[in-house]
Design a protein around this ligand. Sequence first.
Ligand code: UDX
Ligand code: UDX
Length: 488
Amino acid sequence: MKIAVIGAGYVGLVSAACFAELGHEVIAVDNDPRKVDLLNQGQIPIHEEMLPELVARHRGGRLQFSSNITQASRHADAIFICVGTPPAVTGEADLSYVEGVARELAVSLEGNKVIVEKSTVPVGTAEAVRRTMLLHGANSEHFSVASNPEFLREGTAVADFLYPDRILLGVPDQRARETLSAIYQPILDGSYYKRPDALPGKASQPAQLIVTSVKSAELIKHASNAFLALKISFINSVANVCELVGADVREVAVGMGTDSRIGPRFLTPGIGYGGSCFPKDVLAFRSVARGVGYDFALLTEVMSVNEDQKLRFVAKVREALWTLRGKKLAVLGLAFKGGTDDVRDSPALDLVERFIAEGAQVCAYDPAAMSRAQALLSSDALTYADDAYDACKGADALLILTEWPEFAAIDLTRVRGLLKLPIVLDGKNLLDPEAVLKAGMHYFGVGCCPIADTLSGAQPQSVQPRSAQKTMWSAVAEDAGALQTSAV
Ligand code: UDX
Ligand code: UDX
């Protein structure tokens, strides 16, 4: 098939490269000429596993880059809209980019086309796209508007595209259904996975094809993201209760997740969810509901728990250090999650700003997101380290704010030798508390109650309910005292 992809961002670029991988002729269009130039030179402006290999494999062949929507859409059987749908100030999705693309497609329409929404959009957007195109002169016989939402997680988007749980097609007519089914055929019949050059992934079985009305498909996307955000806010709330009663949320999550109706994934508590999807999609979905007269109050609570989780972590750091003014904090992680360079709505950046506002000095390291963070956050109180250990030098505490695998494998003995105070606050429950204790440091996680320890390296004290627990500060002060005597 011939495909045009409008918008070559995290979603559009991955989709275009994967469509080419499936054997289609693809033109990816972007209105940022710099981005198009970079792509034509083979440079990839985003951090996505396997994307560089995929673009290198097809660039100049089945995958072209352009800034001309008209030329690209004339060439195509299907035109995928992948432009941004950022939140407007009032919370609902800003669809002005989608509308702009619909206008341009209307005036350039030739022959039969399927216009496909891949961006996350409120239910009813396809109707608005259709109306806009008719208003701008498109012939209603020459196009149909379908919904094909993406369920790509940043960092693993290529694998998520080629090895999806399901392919969701919201189609208004048979022609759109046939066109879109043909595009995904190599995944649906599993033939792609039999190719000797297929990219690695885990195909437990070929993807399930789900065909619905256009409106149902649009709603499935918002409801899916909102539910995943709800699941994260739920486990964050459970973690907060665990801390107060002395239970361990990691054990609780295992006990819950082994129920097939709950499932083990998205049960990791932390500093709250971030990224360019959950925050905006929860807000947009609530706006959609309110727009038709339903107050989706549950989503209001999902958002307030998420905001509160960040404040609770700041309070935890403040408690461990007594006051943040003048303290030096080593921060590992700035991206909104591990495996990506994206800092949009990153809880880590939000926390860094809060620490600086309280007078702390922050030395931060992130394997991929530092340049994007530097573009957003500059302060005399913020320095960027060359690596994780460099960030730890002379710090009063080590904070883990993004779940990068390399942080989970950090040499804790080396960290202990670099920190001024032996304090680790793990906002992502990434480290093994026992290993941190064995390296002679205090460990404070999320929902696993702070394990007071004795720096003499004695066995960690048995886990006590918080009420019977020394406060973190007194435990650290006592040990710091012990340190001084032992150092004499
Ligand atoms: C975004 C949302 O984050 C995601 O939830 C939605 O499903 C798809 O749109 P993303 O790829 O992250 O996904 O957006 P972004 O990284 O902002 O990429 C959008 C691209 O479209 C940018 O490269 C931008 O230059 C381009 N664009 C935007 C156009 O080509 N034309 C426009 O009119 C507007
Ligand atoms: C999400 C959806 O997963 C994906 O299906 C949709 O297409 C786009 O939005 P993404 O935002 O890229 O993907 O990342 P995801 O892996 O879902 O993580 C979102 C946020 O939740 C991150 O900040 C992550 O750190 C956090 N998270 C995730 C948790 O705090 N706990 C978890 O158990 C899982």
